[in-house]
Design a protein around this ligand. Structure first.
Ligand SMILES: [Cu+2]
Length: 281
């Protein structure tokens, strides 16, 4: 049975090595973490699948003409081996998942009082530090956007600039962005699959997504919660711009008097449909 044990440990080592390999570039920190975790779990699952199927096929073929099958006798070493191996694998899966799930980019937990999203407090704290310290606010400062969902469209509100946009959610790349979402009627959900973003928009409360987009480009924003007959048209364009272009965009919205009434309906949102696909600039 020594060979079996060596084989099992060999497979485990190979799986963990694969898991340590850095995967391809992702468009955001959120997306990279999710993809990393998926790949890590896959690299663990594939060797296990192959091992189990191989033993199954081997057993079926070898004993296919056995009219008098005998039960397996106790084998303590084999039992200890598979118990420890399984424990290591489960620990790896549990720890890897926990590290990702507990990360603020994946699940931002509101504070205990439930009054204010933790993100807003963090941003507030950052601003205080910047104001009291010698350093002026930089381009690295976090950006906050309020995403208001309604039947059937979106309003993207930029509180610092006092700007509203209905068809485009623009953010700068390489910057922490907090998206606080709520709804004015029924439950909707913000979903940008290519950036690994998803959060429910619920009337009467704010849910916050923290993200940091690494690649510039245009991405499709969907409503991911069925919300009535206009649900399928509830789309918008999420654009990740270099910080200077983002500032220009914001100034343009400001000067053109970008406000909630500017095309805040389903038909104007549908104009974004053709314009969006992942095209890194
Ligand atoms: Cu919706």
């Amino acid at each position: 049975m020594k060979r079996t044990r060596l084989g099992l440990f060999g497979l485990l080592v190979v799986a963990l090595l694969f898991a340590a390999v850095e995967p391809a570039l992702a468009q955001s920190i959120n997306e990279r973490m999710i993809t990393n975790l998926n790949q890590s779990l896959l690299y663990v699952a594939i060797p296990i699948t192959i091992l189990v199927e191989a033993i199954l096929i081997y057993t079926v073929v070898k004993y296919r003409n056995n009219d008098d099958p005998q039960p397996t006798r106790e084998n303590r070493r084999l039992e200890i081996t598979w118990t420890i191996t399984t424990a290591i694998i489960l620990l790896f899966v549990g720890l890897a998942s926990f590290v990702v799930l507990a990360n603020p980019y994946i699940s931002l937990v509101p504070d205990a009082a439930g009054q204010q999203p933790q993100a807003q407090q963090q941003v507030g704290a950052d601003l205080l530090i910047n104001q009291s310290g010698a350093t002026a606010p930089t381009e690295g400062d976090a950006v906050e956007v309020e995403i208001i969902a309604y039947q059937w469209g979106w309003t993207f509100h930029y509180p610092e600039a006092g700007v509203n946009s209905s068809s485009t959610l623009a953010i700068p790349n390489g910057t922490d962005v907090y998206l606080h979402t709520t709804s004015t009627d029924v439950i909707h959900a913000v979903h940008v699959p290519e950036l690994g973003l998803k959060q429910d928009s619920i009337p009467g409360q704010y849910n916050t997504i923290k993200t940091n987009a690494t690649e510039t480009g245009s991405y499709q924003l969907y409503c991911a919660e069925f919300c009535g007959s206009g649900h399928s048209g509830m789309l918008a364009n999420m654009t990740v711009l270099p910080p200077e272009e983002y500032q220009t965009w914001l100034d343009e919205q400001e000067s053109s008097g970008g406000n909630a009434s500017a095309g805040g309906n389903a038909s104007s949102n549908s104009s974004a449909i053709g314009a969006v696909s992942a095209k890194p600039a």
